[in-house]
Design a binder for this molecule. Structure first.
Ligand code: 13P
Ligand code: SF4
Length: 426
C-alpha cells in the first residue's frame, strides 16, 4: 500500500510523477494562498459550498513559515514543543494530514478530543489541529485559564455552517407554535433539539437552553435514545444523513423523518406531516461524505470479492445501506485494528485517515472508496507552517488565533455537552 502521505501524493500527481487524480489542482498550493482571497473553504471537498458571511478569516502568515521546507518546519515545531513542555497539549483529529498528526499528543475523533480537552487541565495552551467547532468545544470544556488555539482560523466546517442560530430559532418558533410546550401523559415534551457536534457553540447553547443535547457520530444512537425518553420527537441538525441513518437503524420509519428546509414556511412540510414526525431532519450535509456512492461500493465488490466496506454515517442513506458496516472515525479505526486476518477494506471517509490506516496496516489492503484524492477542504487548511507559527508565538509569550466562546453561550453549551459526555458511545 501507498506509504506517501496525502500531501505527498497530491504533489506527485501535480508533477505528473504519479498516476491518479485530485479534485482541485490548487490543493498543491500552501493554504495561505487562500487566506488573502474572499472567504472560501479552500480547495478540496466542500470548496463548492457557500461560505456564510462573518466566517472567521485567517490573517497573513509570516513569509518565513510559507517559504520554509517541511523538514525545517518539523524541526521548529519539535523545538517549540520541547521548550513549552507540559504547558502545551496538541490535539489532532483523525482527518488531519500526516505532517500534522506526527506532532499531536492525542489523536482522536471529535468525542475523544473533547474528552481530552477537558482532562488536560495542566496545559496552559491547547492547540487544536481540527476545525473551528472542535476548538470552540475545547474552549467550553477546558478550564478558564487555558487558551485554545486553532492554527488556521479558516479551518471551519461547511456542514456546521449550514445551520445558523437565527434559522434554527425560527424553526423552533414554528414547531413550538404547532406542538405547544405541554408534556404528554408520560411526561415527554413535544420536541427535543439534538445538535451534532459539528455545529457552532451558539447552537449547542440553544440545545442546552431548550432541554436538548449534543451528539457525535460515535454516540448518536445513545443520544437519540436519551432524547426519545424525554421527548415525543427530535429536531436533529445540521446533518440530515447522520440523523436519518441513526434513526432508521433504531426503527424510525422514513415517512416520519421529514426534511426541514429553512428557507420555506414550516420547512416545506404540512402541519400534519410535522405532527406525525419522530425526527425532523435539518437540510445539512457533509461534502466530503457526499462524494461516496453506491456505484463505488459496487465497483469495490467487483474488484475485490469479499471486500469489507465500512463508511461513516455522514454518508447518504443508500451508501450506508449498501456498505457492510457504518460507524464513526474511531469505529473505523477499531474495525481495522481488530481484524485478525488479512482483510481488504474499502472505506468511505476522509482520505487522510484512510491512507494513514493503509500505511499503518500493511497486513491489510485498505483503500478509499473515492478514487479521486479530495481531502476535507477545511481540515486540510491546518498546515505545518501554521502549527510552527502558533507554537513559536507561544514560546515568545504571545497567544495567537485564540478561540473564545463568550460566557453566556459557553454556560448553556456546556449543559448540552455535559449531557453528551454522559451518553458514552455504546
Ligand atoms: P468524528 O465525530 O467521527 O470525529 O467525525 C467528525 C467529522 O467531522 C466527520 O466528518
Ligand atoms: Fe465538516 Fe465534513 Fe470536513 Fe467533517 S469532513 S469537518 S463534517 S466538512
Amino acid at each position: 500500500m501507498n506509504k506517501a502521505s496525502v500531501s505527498e501524493r497530491i504533489a506527485l500527481i501535480a508533477r505528473n510523477s504519479s498516476e491518479g487524480a485530485t479534485c482541485a489542482p490548487e490543493l498543491n498550493d500552501g493554504p495561505w494562498v487562500f487566506d488573502a482571497q474572499p472567504p472560501a473553504y479552500g480547495p478540496g471537498a466542500s470548496m463548492g459550498d457557500v461560505i456564510p458571511v462573518g466566517t472567521p478569516r485567517q490573517g497573513a502568515l509570516p513569509d518565513e513559515y510559507k517559504s520554509a521546507s517541511n523538514d525545517e518546519l518539523h524541526e521548529r515545531i519539535r523545538a517549540a514543543k520541547a521548550t513549552l513542555g507540559e504547558r502545551l497539549v496538541i490535539l489532532g483529529h483523525f482527518y488531519q494530514r500526516d505532517e500534522i498528526v506526527q506532532h499531536a499528543d492525542y489523536l482522536g475523533d471529535s468525542f475523544q478530543l473533547a474528552t481530552a480537552a477537558k482532562k488536560h487541565t495542566e496545559a496552559e495552551a491547547i492547540v487544536f489541529c481540527g476545525v473551528h467547532f472542535m476548538a470552540e468545544t475545547a474552549d467550553i470544556l477546558s478550564a478558564p485559564n487555558q487558551s485554545v488555539i486553532l492554527p488556521n482560523l479558516a479551518a471551519g466546517c461547511s456542514m456546521a455552517d449550514m445551520a445558523d442560530a437565527d434559522s434554527v430559532e425560527a424553526c423552533w418558533e414554528q414547531l413550538t407554535a404547532i406542538y405547544g410546550t405541554e408534556p404528554d401523559a408520560d411526561g415527554r415534551v413535544p420536541v427535543i433539539p439534538v445538535t451534532y457536534m459539528n455545529s457552532s457553540a451558539a447552537l449547542k447553547a440553544f440545545c442546552g437552553r431548550n432541554g436538548g443535547i449534543v451528539c457525535t457520530s460515535s454516540n448518536a444512537a445513545v443520544v437519540l435514545e436519551w432524547a426519545f425518553e424525554r421527548g415525543q420527537r427530535v429536531l436533529f441538525f445540521p446533518d440530515q444523513h447522520l440523523g436519518r441513518n441513526t434513526a432508521k437503524a433504531m426503527g424510525v420509519p422514513l415517512e416520519q423523518m421529514p426534511l426541514w428546509m429553512s428557507h420555506k414556511p414550516l420547512g416545506g412540510n404540512t402541519e400534519s406531516e410535522l405532527h406525525d414526525a419522530r425526527v425532523i431532519l435539518w437540510n445539512g450535509f457533509c461534502s466530503v461524505h457526499k462524494r461516496f456512492t453506491v456505484d463505488q461500493i459496487a465497483q469495490a465488490r467487483v474488484d475485490y470479492p469479499g471486500v469489507r466496506v465500512i463508511v461513516h454515517p455522514e454518508c447518504p442513506m443508500p451508501v450506508v445501506d449498501a456498505a457492510d458496516e457504518s460507524g464513526s472515525t474511531d469505529y473505523i479505526r477499531r474495525a481495522v485494528e481488530g481484524a485478525t486476518e488479512p482483510t481488504v477494506f474499502a472505506i468511505g471517509t476522509e482520505v487522510n485517515m484512510v491512507q494513514r490506516l493503509a500505511a499503518d496496516h500493511p497486513e491489510h489492503t485498505i483503500f478509499c472508496l473515492d478514487p479521486v484524492v479530495c481531502p476535507c477542504s477545511t481540515m486540510y487548511r491546518i498546515h505545518p507552517g501554521y502549527l510552527a507559527w502558533v507554537l513559536e508565538r507561544l514560546v515568545a509569550g504571545e497567544v495567537v488565533n485564540r478561540i473564545i466562546v463568550d460566557d453566556d453561550t459557553a454556560e448553556y453549551a456546556r449543559v448540552a455537552l455535559e449531557r453528551m459526555l454522559a451518553a458514552k458511545p455504546a
